[in-house]
Design a protein around this ligand. Sequence first.
Ligand code: SF4
Length: 263
Amino acid sequence: MTQLTQKDLEERNQQLEERTPQELIRWAKDVFGSRLAAISAMQSAGSIVCCMMGQMKLNIPVLFVDTGVLFQETLDTRDRIQKEYGLEIVTLSPKQTMAEQIQEKGVLYLSPEGQEVCCDLRKTEPLHAVADQYDGIISSLRRGDGGKRAKMPILSVDPKMNCIRINPLATFSNEQMEEFSANNNVITNPLHDQGYPTIGCNRCTTPVLPDEPKRAGRWRHLGPWSMYCGINATDVEGGTEGKVDLSLDLIDRILGRETDYVI
Ligand code: SF4
């Protein structure tokens, strides 16, 4: 096994900067093969990636973390995407129901400290439980999301999952999103039309007013210190510090190096 850091990806990221989302998805499939999955929370950007993958027919499974307290509209969107785009959706669930968790630990999501624990238990842990199955995970984060994502690279290391995250929509603008959605009639979570620019658990997501930031409806009850759940390494302070251990052959393919085997 060989180690790879975020710094090692710098040059490759520059080379990939001009690629289209579809070219990046195909590149990821070529590089990671059957050890590639996508992850989607069934929001607008995730739906676009799912639509592209459905059109490309690359048999990339989609991981979906069902925290047990999602909106029915989100679950219905997942079911439509699975059926209409012909994708394999792998639903991941926490060990406990929310009722069991509350009985054992109280209502965690009512405090900033508790929210971190709750998101760990209900989002991050179910995803990390399948980490050994994948070397590459396609996400749908965009620089246009602003905040911590404004300078996000296309490829990033995720040391906790020991994999590479690929963000094919990193450079996709709001206008490109709208155009692709309209031209391809992309299946969209209906909550987006009801004042929810971003959508998470029903306990921690509200609509936003027209003049509020997009993420104002996430953990509104906790104030501005709880803006992200931690499921994406690039959203977390120091989340891409550290190394991932991958085979030399795979690292060569990620970096686009010629492999020089001595027999
Ligand atoms: S978003 Fe809220 S309910 Fe959902 S896992 Fe995080 S803290 Fe818990």
